[in-house]
Design a protein around this ligand. Structure first.
Ligand code: CP3
Length: 357
C-alpha cells in the first residue's frame, strides 16, 4: 500500500496488446484470439438492438450503436481483438454507389455498374467527409479497450467490392463481373483502381483514428483462377499494401480470402503481415507454404461451434499445435454462423485463453 502523500503510480508503460506482439513475432505465452463476425446475429444482445433499429445501415453508421455493438462481444468474451462493427460496403455511398443491406437478402446495389460511363460516375472515397462516424467510433473503442485488446479495422479488397457493385449483390457464379473481366477488362481495371486508391486511404484513415491492425477482406478473389487473380486482384492488393506502408510502416495488415488453398503463395506476394486461412487448408501445410516470415490467422471451421464442448476443445488444440509457437492469431476460418450457441462461443474463448505454449 502506498503512503498517502505518494501519488498513485500512473500506468507506467501501457503494455502492447497481445495480438500485436504475436504478429511481430515476439515471445508470447499463447496465441491471441478473436472471431470473424464476433459481433452479430448469434448474440441475443445484438438481436435486441436489431428490434429497436431494424436498419443495418443505421446500426452501422451511428457512433453510439457502432460502439455499443462492437463492444458486445468484448464485454462478454474479452477477445484479444475488437473489430469495428461496420461492413465492407459501408464506403460505397460515399463513392456515389447507393446500396442497402436487406434483411434475409443481404447486400443490394441499386444501380449495378456495367459500363465505362457507370465507372466514371464512381467518386474516390474521402473517409473524413463520408464516414466520420467510423473514425469517431474507432477512437472511442480504442479508449474503452485501452490496449487490453487490439482495435481492428477492416476494408473490402478491390475485386471483392467490384464483385458486389457489378453483380448488384451477392452472387453464385460471378458471371457479370467475369463478363466484364473477360470482354472489357479496361472497364473493370478502371473500377478496381478506384477501389484500390480509396481503400488505401480508408486504411490510413482507420489507423489514424485508432485502428491498431487492419484486415483486408478479399472474400471472393478465390472465384478467380490463379492467372486471373494475378491480373484482377493481386496488383491492387499490392498497391494498397505499398501505399499504407509509406505512412504506417508498422501497422499489421491481415489478408483474408475464402477458400484460398489454391492461392496461398500468391496471397503472400501481396506483402501483408498475416494471412488468414479458411478451414479447408490444413494449418500445418498452410504455415509451411506461407513461410516463416508471415503470421497466420485461423482456421477452425465455424461449423465446429455447433459441436460438443469436447469437440470444440480438441479442434482448437489441433489448430494451435499445427500453427506452432508464435506468429499465430487463433480465429475461425470464416465468420461465425447465425444460430451458433453463445455458450459454445464462450467455451471457445475460455479454452483459447487458457492455452499456454
Ligand atoms: O466481424 C465483425 O464482427 C465485424 C462486422 C462485419 C460485418 N460485415 C457486419 C455484418 C464484417 C467484418 C463484415 C465484412 C463483410 N461484409 C464481408 C467480408 C467477410 C466475409 O464474410 O467474407 C462481406 C463479404 C460482406 C458483405 C455482406 N454484408 C454480406 C455477404 C452480408 C450478409 C447478408 C446476410 O443477410 O447474411 C452482410 C451483412 C452483414 N454485415 C451482417 C453483419 C453482422 C448481417 C446482417 C445483420 O446483422 O443485420
Amino acid at each position: 500500500a502506498l503512503i498517502g502523500t505518494v501519488a498513485e503510480p500512473k500506468t507506467a508503460s501501457v503494455a502492447e496488446p497481445l495480438l500485436l506482439n504475436a504478429v511481430r513475432g515476439e515471445n508470447v505465452e499463447r496465441p491471441p484470439v478473436w472471431l470473424m463476425r464476433q459481433a452479430g446475429r448469434y448474440m441475443k444482445s445484438y438481436q435486441t438492438i436489431c428490434e429497436k433499429y431494424p436498419s443495418f445501415r443505421e446500426r452501422s453508421e451511428n457512433v453510439d450503436l457502432v460502439v455499443e455493438i462492437s463492444l458486445q462481444p468484448w464485454n462478454v468474451f474479452k477477445p484479444d481483438g475488437v473489430i469495428l462493427f461496420s461492413d465492407i460496403l459501408t464506403p460505397l455511398s460515399g463513392m456515389n454507389i447507393p446500396f442497402d443491406i436487406v434483411k434475409g437478402k443481404g447486400p443490394v446495389i441499386f444501380n449495378p455498374l456495367h459500363t465505362a460511363a457507370d465507372v466514371d460516375q464512381v467518386r474516390e472515397f474521402v473517409p473524413e467527409e463520408s464516414v466520420p462516424y467510423v473514425g469517431k467510433s474507432l477512437t472511442i473503442l480504442r479508449k474503452e479497450v485501452d490496449n487490453k485488446a487490439a482495435v481492428l479495422g477492416f476494408v473490402g479488397a478491390p475485386f471483392t467490392l467490384a464483385s458486389y457493385v457489378v453483380e448488384g449483390g451477392s452472387s453464385k457464379h460471378f458471371s457479370k463481373i467475369k463478363r466484364l473481366a473477360f470482354s472489357e477488362p479496361k472497364v473493370l481495371h478502371a473500377l478496381l483502381q478506384k477501389f484500390a486508391t480509396s481503400m488505401a486511404k480508408y486504411i490510413q484513415y482507420q489507423a489514424k483514428n485508432g485502428a491498431q491492425a487492419v484486415q483486408i477482406f478479399d472474400s471472393w478473389a478465390t472465384e478467380l483462377s490463379p492467372v486471373d487473380f494475378e491480373e484482377f486482384s493481386l496488383p491492387y492488393l499490392k498497391q494498397i499494401v505499398d501505399t499504407v506502408r509509406k505512412t504506417h510502416p508498422n501497422l499489421p495488415l491481415i489478408l483474408y480470402a475464402s477458400g484460398s488453398g489454391g492461392l496461398l503463395e500468391r496471397l503472400a506476394l501481396t506483402g501483408v503481415d498475416v494471412v488468414s486461412l479458411d478451414w479447408t487448408v490444413d494449418m500445418a501445410e498452410g504455415r509451411r507454404r506461407l513461410g516463416p516470415n508471415l503470421a497466420v490467422q485461423g482456421n477452425v471451421d465455424p461449423g465446429v461451434l455447433f459441436g460438443s464442448k469436447e469437440f470444440i476443445t480438441n479442434r482448437i488444440n489441433d489448430v494451435v499445435r499445427k500453427a506452432g509457437k508464435g506468429k499465430h492469431i487463433l480465429n475461425l476460418g470464416h465468420g461465425i454462423i447465425v444460430g451458433t450457441p453463445e455458450e459454445n462461443v464462450a467455451h471457445f474463448f475460455e479454452v483459447a485463453k487458457g492455452i499456454r505454449y
